[in-house]
Write a protein that binds this ligand. Sequence first.
Ligand code: SAH
Ligand code: SF4
Length: 349
Amino acid sequence: MTPPRKINLKSLSKEELREWFVSIGEKPFRADQLWLWIYIRNKTDFMQMTNLSKTLCARLSEIAELPTLHCTDIQVSQSGTKKYLWELEDGRFVESVYIPEGNRRTICISTQVGCAMGCLFCATATLGFQRNLTPYEIVGQVLSVIRDIGEKPTNLVVMGMGEPLHNYDNLMKALYILNDSDGLALSHRKITISTSGIVPQIIRYTQENHPFQLAISLNATTDTLRSRLMPVNLKYPLQDLLQTAKAYAVNNQKRITFEYVLLRGVNDSLEDAKRLLKLVKNIRCKINLIAYNPAPGNDPFERPDKEQIIRFHEALSPLYAPITLRLSKGDDILGACGQLAGKPRPDSH
Ligand code: SAH
Ligand code: SF4
């Protein structure tokens, strides 16, 4: 007979962990003790948890587990950006990226293996949707990167592989675990979820009033172009999306971020900039311009030259909003936006 599968305690919220301890006849405060071991001390061996009795440690080792993600490759870019490839239990792969920049240390995490959204400019899209990550697999990316770099990130962005709002429940659970003040305590102001624009899920997010920051990948200023670049627009066109974004900014009293990937000769003209100004002028927002990063096997577009990017940036200056320009960090290791395809290097096994 195969032994019963051990329960993965890293997929439980603190409340669920308390309930679980009660269900095995222990006091709920054991959950708080264990929480510190997992999230502050980053330990995975119950026998090292010195404030738990030896008997309890032994019992936990028998019925529960605290797995860590299996890293099969780390690539380091010239800019210091690191890309991690994780092999999951079912043999599938996902990636995370660590981006150091001055005092800022950002970790970018994935939420799905592949992605169903089919955006034309994105390497992840070529994988199609394979499956959602569990809360443990989402949190585990952060824990393992912290273990590697030796310190907590200042920022966390949910901008890796996958459409985060298609894995809503697991993502929220993971983010509250990471945000918990007795654990890693990553500030909700420094956690950003980026979505391709799933309107009903943005409405849900707004109604539930979660504290994390929201970013929407806009990428085009007309429905015709956006629908061609991002098929999600056929279902949720610009007007609905922008109305929803505005409602979020008003109800949750937050600035929403609009991301805009600049594609040469496609969406980078001054007319585009003018239309963009018009579309967002009544919304409390930030704009994040991203220069297109081609990926091998998926490079149907080109990056505009620097002068054009600067002209586009300047054309937005009448907007009373912060505008940032993200020039690819880590594109030499295919770790920049839109380049994550979760594939091992040919020589990495
Ligand atoms: N799926 C989510 C988050 C991951 S993509 C989303 O689409 O929002 C994170 C950002 O990278 C998005 O704004 C997306 O538009 C952008 N992106 C995708 N492919 C890109 C590429 N090849 N070059 C530059 N940015 C890209
Ligand atoms: Fe999916 Fe985002 Fe890539 Fe679009 S840009 S395919 S939503 S990961």
